[in-house]
Design a protein around this ligand. Structure first.
Ligand code: URA
Length: 190
């Protein structure tokens, strides 16, 4: 599928989330939908947990403090945001950044699946346990981080959430180390 057609399909999925009023309670408290952005033809998709304050205000994923860490991690392997696609499981900010509830994750899941189908990435990077456990519920992020897994024909790489590096320098090192796995995929041909 041509890149422009992929973007048009992604736009349609975003429009559907609004028109079907997915997670009306969250939609009410949130400022805006944070659907995702990046290259619709990307080989690599990054999936976080849920939008935070900055994301909610702008409608863009990972642009707050955790997003700055993600930018640095991408830069460490020579990638830019425009090279990849970035989204989260929840498309609306939960009030006070509370943990996403199971029913909220389930409500957004079909739309995330649809995003994956359109983008057809070679690698899904799940950022943090909330994202990773949506794919592989039994996975323990402390054991499996940086270890590629298989999920429904996709390769899935679970990583710690970039926000952990904001308070913990050794976690930053772990993330930098694990990102080398992302680099390996980035070098492969699509
Ligand atoms: N954390 C996430 O998981 N997603 C965002 O978009 C921002 C912070």
């Amino acid at each position: 599928m041509a890149k422009a057609d992929k973007q048009a399909q992604l736009d349609q999925i975003a429009a559907e989330i609004r028109s079907k009023n997915v997670c009306p309670d969250l939609a009410k408290t949130a400022n805006d939908l944070v659907f995702g952005e990046g290259n619709p033809d990307a080989k690599i998709i990054f999936i976080g947990e849920a939008p935070g304050k900055q994301e909610d205000l702008t409608g863009r994923p990972f642009i707050g403090p955790a997003g700055k860490v993600l930018d640095q991690l991408l830069e460490s392997i020579g990638l830019k945001r425009e090279d990849v696609y970035i989204t989260s499981i929840l498309k609306y900010r939960p009030p006070d950044n509370r943990d996403p509830r199971p029913d909220e994750k389930a409500a957004f899941w079909p739309y995330l699946s649809a995003q994956l189908e359109v983008i057809a990435p070679q690698l899904i990077v799940a950022l943090g346990r909330h994202a990773a456990n949506c794919f592989l519920p039994e996975l323990q992020i402390s054991k499996a981080h940086g270890v590629p897994q298989q999920w429904e024909g996709y390769t899935l790489l679970p990583l710690y959430h970039p926000a952990v590096a904001l308070y913990n320098g050794s976690m930053r090192q772990t993330l930098l180390h694990d990102f080398q796995q992302v680099a390996t995929f980035a070098k492969k041909d699509k």
